[in-house]
Design a protein around this ligand. Sequence first.
Ligand code: HEC
Length: 182
Amino acid sequence: MRIRAFILAATAALTACGEQQGIAPQRMADAIFAVIEADRAAYTNNVVNRLQNEEGVIKADEHWKDTKALPLPAQMLRMGSERVAEQGAGFNYALLSQWAINSQNKPRTDLERQGLEFIVENPGNNFYGTEKLGDTEYFTAIYPDVAVSPACVSCHNEHVDSPRKDFELGQTMGGVVIRFPL
Ligand code: HEC
C-alpha cells in the first residue's frame, strides 16, 4: 500500500514538474520565428540591400547560380528550411502565400489556408492552431510576411509567375508557417 502510494505521488510530482519545465507550443514557435525573422532581416539588409542597392556590387537574382548573383531572401529561407528538414530537427517551416510566385509555396492544408487568410485580414496578428495530418496532431503557427520595402512590391507585381499584380507597400504578402508535432 505505502509503496503504491509513493509511486503514485512520485508520478504526480514528475508530471507536474514536466509540465512546468516544458515549453508551451506557442512560446516555442515564437522563439523559432524570432530566429528565422532575424536571419531573414540580417540577410536582406546587410547582404542584399547593401551590396545590390547601396554599393551596386552584385545583384540578387532568382536564377542566382546561372547569373552568378545572390540568392533572393525567400530562396535563402527555403535553403535553411530544407536543411532543417534533412536534419530531422522535429519541426518544419516555410514561407507560403496564397499568391505564390513559386507554386511550391502555396498553402497545402486547410489550416494553412485559414491561417494565411486570417493574417491578411487581421494585420499585426499571428495565427495559431492545431491540425491532424495522418495520425499525428500538429501545432501550427503562422506569422505575417509584410511588404516592408518598395522592392517587395515591384518585384512581385512585375514577376511573370505572380498571380497577383496589385500588392501595395505595407500589405501582408504571405506568411511564415512553423509546424511541429504535439
Ligand atoms: C527581386 C525580386 C523579389 C524581391 C525584391 C522580393 N521577392 Fe519575394 N519572392 C520572389 C521570388 C522569385 C519568389 C519565389 C522564390 C522561390 O521560392 O523559389 C519569392 C517568394 C516570396 C514569398 C513566398 C511565396 C511566393 O511568392 O512564392 C513571399 C511571401 C515573398 N516572396 C514576400 C516578399 C517580401 C515581403 C519581400 C520584401 C521584403 C520580397 N518578397 C522581395 C521575388 C522577390
